[in-house]
Design a protein around this ligand. Structure first.
Ligand SMILES: [Zn+2]
Length: 702
């Protein structure tokens, strides 16, 4: 047992149940929370790790409308997909609940009533947009109108997706309902507000003074800017028909606002699995830690703690180690643009490779700044770190032990040991200490890098000892051959250390790569005893494996990721992007046909084929190029607006169609004696109108 067992309540942000889950979610909070929870469990602390899906709010009702189903059906569908994906990635929740559960409805209702009965809310009646056809107030997303900034006539009440402006529904020109398409009226509605402004002094003291040194700088900085910016009362209710109903008379058609209800989900999820839930939520000795992405900082650091403080029965988070964002191939991950690596798809395309993704995401976690996930980096880290360092050390150890030690754990020969072994174990223990230090400060990447250093220790030791050389002659002639016997013992001693180190590595890697850790232990027939062995206090012990115990046939821990696999993924993303661009391309504006002309009008134009024989850019004119066109019987100087589309050297020898009886005109001081015919394609590129095979210069066009 740990000398000082503590109680931890660890939460990971509730994913929203309107779509599947991607690597951004995993890297942002579920994976770091899992690593931390596993680590604390290994230290014999009492740990509860809680999460669930957030199933209320407008986006779910929008998704239901789009898919022509009910909000509950949308939530059911995505809850299952998300739950399954996180489970398969080894995210070791004690409870993965949902905010549509009965326990949650009761808990959220009681929470609201408690604050209401203490008279802590502010009530305000305000005019809001109302859809008379559907007899409902509309959430911002259901209101559409013309953006006052860019003129886009499909801007939403909260945002214009064309110019990116954040909007208020009142900003829109001609606001109308997306449900009925009718104009909206203003109607008074009452809501309940948390007076955040009244808690500003307390928040300042609690966060800006109290957590100046132990919260991450990105988290602290965001809190500071919110508080310094001045806190406003925030409504905790909404006019909507989907959510936890406001438990008051005359509050029909009103529900708790999703950000008020969702964090209470952590409490409900705890209640669901233990009657003893109060010791986790109401005992000051509990360490409450919230893991989340930076978009959730304000809710977990300012709003939810204020709710807990107002209620009074609950503890406050000790730390909120929020991560920044993970980008994908240099671009922001986006569900609507399908620019993402979806976990359920990864599991199909890289079966049994969960730990590779866990490793890459942890090694490259956006702990202090936004980071980029690229498939190339994924491949490099797998092949040059997991395969070449960790996998290589373990595989060599097992293969050599089978070959030279009869597939059994060989004896240790301390009489033959040198400083090398002693130093290796000293360094291993120093690594363990550094990992503890990093983990306790939520620097998980650093801890993982140390784990790899421990594997490098083993690789270096094995390479230096070269047991395969000492055991070259694996037929021992007998006890009398002293030299050979010494070599045999040296080989045994070396492999004994390597095998013990392998079992020790399983312990250090377990928080990060639980599947691989267990795979290692299977080689030593440890499956039932695995959880007992995988205790942090066991790391550094040289007697984890008993001498004489059988070793199973080697199974590769990691396989190489091939170029083709990576190309396939990159291609898939390109297709996503192309599909999105095609679906969202601005409607093509077709130029109206010009007024009719007579044949005689047309016949007045003298069109000839010519060849560009000289070309140079016109100084101080970005678009213009001065060309010399050979018409066979004479040469013409023509100024043409193609300089942004072609380089002079590209078009020498190009055949063109020239309107050669156009009145000359001067451009930038050069007289242009004609006009070259060009076509403009969909993306604005100019192309030459020319005969499809070489034609004699001067030929007429009709
Ligand atoms: Zn706009």
């Amino acid at each position: 047992m740990s000398n000082n067992p503590q109680r931890y309540l660890i939460t990971a942000a509730l994913p929203y149940a309107n779509g599947p889950i991607h690597i951004g979610h995993l890297a942002g909070c579920h994976l770091p929370a899992d690593i931390y929870a596993r680590f604390r469990r290994m230290q014999n602390h009492e740990v509860l790790f809680i999460c669930g899906t957030d199933e209320h709010g407008v986006p779910i009702t929008l998704a239901a409308r789009k898919e022509n189903t009910t909000p509950q059906a949308v939530a059911d569908k995505y809850h299952e997909i998300i739950d399954k994906a996180l489970y398969k990635f080894g995210i070791s929740f004690d409870n993965f609940s949902r905010t549509t559960s009965e326990v949650h409805r009761e808990t959220a209702t009681d929470f609201f009533l408690d604050l209401y009965n203490k008279n802590l809310f502010e009530e305000k009646t305000e005019e809001q947009f109302y859809d008379e056809d559907n007899k409902q107030f509309l959430a911002d997303r259901y209101i559409m109108g013309t953006c006052p900034k860019c003129g886009n006539d499909r801007a939403y009440g909260d945002q214009c997706e064309k110019c990116g402006s954040t909007l208020n529904p009142r900003d829109l020109i001609n606001p109308h309902s997306t449900i009925s398409s009718k104009p909206l009226v203003m109607k008074a509605t009452k809501h309940w507000y948390i007076p955040l402004d009244k808690y500003e002094g307390w928040l300042r003291e609690w966060i800006l003074v109290g957590h100046k040194d132990d919260w991450k700088t990105n988290v602290y900085g965001q809190c500071k800017s919110w508080i310094d910016g001045g806190l406003q009362p925030r409504a905790v209710t909404r006019d909507l028909d989907w959510g936890v109903p406001v438990p008051l008379p005359n509050a029909e058609g009103k529900v708790l606002y999703v950000w008020f209800d969702a964090p209470i989900g952590y409490i409900s999820a705890t209640k669901e699995i233990t009657p003893d839930w109060k010791k986790f939520w109401c005992d000051e000795k509990t360490h409450l830690v919230h893991f989340l992405g930076k978009d959730n900082i304000v809710f977990h650091c300012i709003i939810f703690p204020t709710m807990l403080k107002m209620h009074g029965d609950y503890i406050l988070p000790e730390n909120v180690p929020a991560n920044e964002f993970l980008n994908l191939e240099g671009d922001k991950i986006s569900t609507s643009r399908n620019w993402a690596v979806w976990l359920h798809e990864y599991l199909e395309e890289f079966p049994e490779q969960q730990d590779v993704l866990r490793y890459v995401l942890a090694a490259n976690a956006p702990e202090t700044k936004d980071n980029d996930f690229t498939w190339k980096d994924f491949q490099d880290r797998c092949n040059s770190e997991l395969v070449s360092v960790l996998g290589n050390f373990f595989n060599r150890t097992i293969v050599l032990s089978q070959k030279f030690c009869g597939s059994k754990i060989p004896k240790r020969h301390d009489d033959l040991a040198t400083e090398t072994e002693k130093n290796m174990w000293l360094e291993f223990n120093a690594i363990k200490k550094r990992m503890e230090e990093s983990m306790s400060q939520y620097r998980l990447r650093e801890a993982l890098a140390e784990m790899m250093n421990a594997a490098r220790l083993g690789n270096k030791y094995l390479t230096e000892q070269e047991p395969w050389k000492k055991a070259k002659d694996d037929v021992y002639v007998g006890e009398n051959d002293f030299e050979q016997l010494q070599n045999k013992y040296r080989v045994e001693n070396c492999l004994h250390h390597c095998l013990q180190l392998s079992a020790n590595l399983a312990i250090l890697m377990y928080p990060f790569m639980p599947f691989t850790a267990k795979k290692i232990l299977l080689h030593f027939n440890i499956s039932k005893r695995a959880n007992e062995l995988l205790k942090w206090e066991n790391a550094g012990r040289m007697d984890l494996l008993s001498v004489g115990y059988p070793i199973n046939n080697p199974v590769l821990l990691f396989r190489k990721i091939e170029d083709e696999e990576i190309q396939l993924q990159v291609e898939k993303l390109k297709v996503s992007k192309a599909n999105y661009l095609a679906a969202n391309a601005p409607a093509k504006v077709v130029e109206p046909i010009k007024p009719e002309i007579t044949f005689d009008d047309f016949a007045k134009m003298d069109l000839r084929i010519g060849t560009i024989v000289e070309a140079e850019k016109v100084p101080k004119a970005d678009k213009l190029m001065k060309l010399t066109v050979d018409l066979g019987f004479e040469k013409r100087t023509v100024v043409s607006g193609i300089a942004l589309h072609y380089k002079p050297e590209e078009i020498i020898g190009q055949q063109v169609t020239l309107l050669c009886n156009l009145a000359p005109r001067k451009m930038k001081g050069i007289e242009s004696q004609g006009m070259i015919l060009m076509a403009e394609d969909a993306d604005g590129k100019l192309k030459f109108m020319m005969p499809n095979s070489k034609t004699e210069n001067g030929s007429g066009v009709s």
